[in-house]
Design a protein around this ligand. Structure first.
Ligand code: NDP
Length: 274
């Protein structure tokens, strides 16, 4: 029987995950179906129970359910436990295993697709929400020279930094506190551009040869990419590669097969810009 996987979110109609996983399944000759499912904002738990009872093998979870998914799991990967959020579920009888592949996706996109090493680099992470939280431990695992988390609310950034300081030294503060610092890699994990707002980045943030990475993606350059190019970032990238790499990691968790991502990324980029 063909295995069934879904992505739950609200909204979900825009999701590119069904197309990505269909491409992975075709290329790796895996017999599976992957669908997007809308869950009511207060109906995530029920949607999961119904899917599990119907024999669903696994699910991705997106906004706004990642933290609720974390709480529903009967077992967690270490990276999901660290993130406090789950984007990948595996159903095995009554067990619900939760994983978080966002950080692995980000790290793979930067180090592999963009060929930009993270080890020894000074990293600035903008934002202290769910996406930021999910990528901190995987970023630290690459052994950067330093990691600073900047958020418009400094307290949230400081608390987040403290929560990971057992792994490596991490500091946090507001945007103004980055004023006397310089970074090799600046990652935007805020949702500022959703509200059309620009980030108050101090001048002089970007070291020679630096990379500005926006977790957001869309047609052409994102507002963050345009801003950081103006402010001196040598290279700018959006988060489409992260989206595909986190999906590939989830596919690996489910199927034990690591799908090739380059052609899928090229096709998705072309359809986004077409
Ligand atoms: P959250 O809502 O959990 O967090 C949003 C963050 O953005 C908070 O730190 C918030 O600050 C900050 N923020 C919001 N508006 C502004 C603003 N106007 N100025 C400065 N900071 C602001 O969202 P997520 O962490 O889940 O997602 C963040 C982004 O990452 C989204 O754009 C999402 O699409 C993207 N993403 C991309 C992925 C990919 O695969 N490419 C995967 C996951 C996420 P405060 O705490 O002060 O409110």
């Amino acid at each position: 029987m063909t295995d069934l996987y879904v992505v739950f979110g609200n909204p979900i109609a825009h999701s590119k995950s069904p197309a990505i996983h269909a491409a992975f399944a075709r290329a790796s000759t895996q017999d599976l179906i992957y669908e997007a499912r809308l869950a009511a904002v207060d109906g995530f738990k029920q949607a999961i129970s119904e899917f599990q009872a119907a024999g669903g093998k696994g699910a991705n979870v997106t906004v706004p359910f990642k933290e609720e998914a974390y709480r529903l799991c009967t077992r967690l990967s270490e990276r999901a436990a660290r993130a406090g959020a789950v984007n990948t579920l595996v159903f095995n009888g009554p067990e619900i295993f939760g994983d978080n592949t966002d950080g692995a996706g980000l790290v793979r996109d930067i180090t592999h697709n963009l060929a930009c090493p993270l080890a020894g680099q000074r990293i600035l992470l903008l934002g202290a929400g769910g996406a930021a939280r999910g990528v901190i431990a995987p970023l630290l695992a690459t052994q950067p020279a330093s990691l600073f988390i900047a958020n418009r609310g400094a307290e949230k950034a400081k608390a987040l930094a403290k929560g990971f300081s057992d792994i490596a030294p991490v500091n946090g503060g507001n945007f103004a506190e980055t004023a006397d610092k310089s970074f090799d890699i600046v990652i935007n994990a805020t949702s500022a551009s959703l509200s059309g707002e620009s980030l108050p980045l101090p001048p002089g943030l970007f070291a020679t040869g630096s990379l500005a990475y926006d977790m957001m993606y869309g047609k052409g350059e994102t507002p963050f990419m345009a801003l950081t190019r103006q402010q001196g970032a040598a290279r700018c990238a959006d988060g489409l590669g992260m989206l595909i790499e986190q999906a590939a990691e989830a596919f690996f968790v489910w199927r034990g097969v690591r799908p090739a991502t380059t052609a899928v990324l090229d096709d998705l980029r072309a359809s986004l810009n077409g």
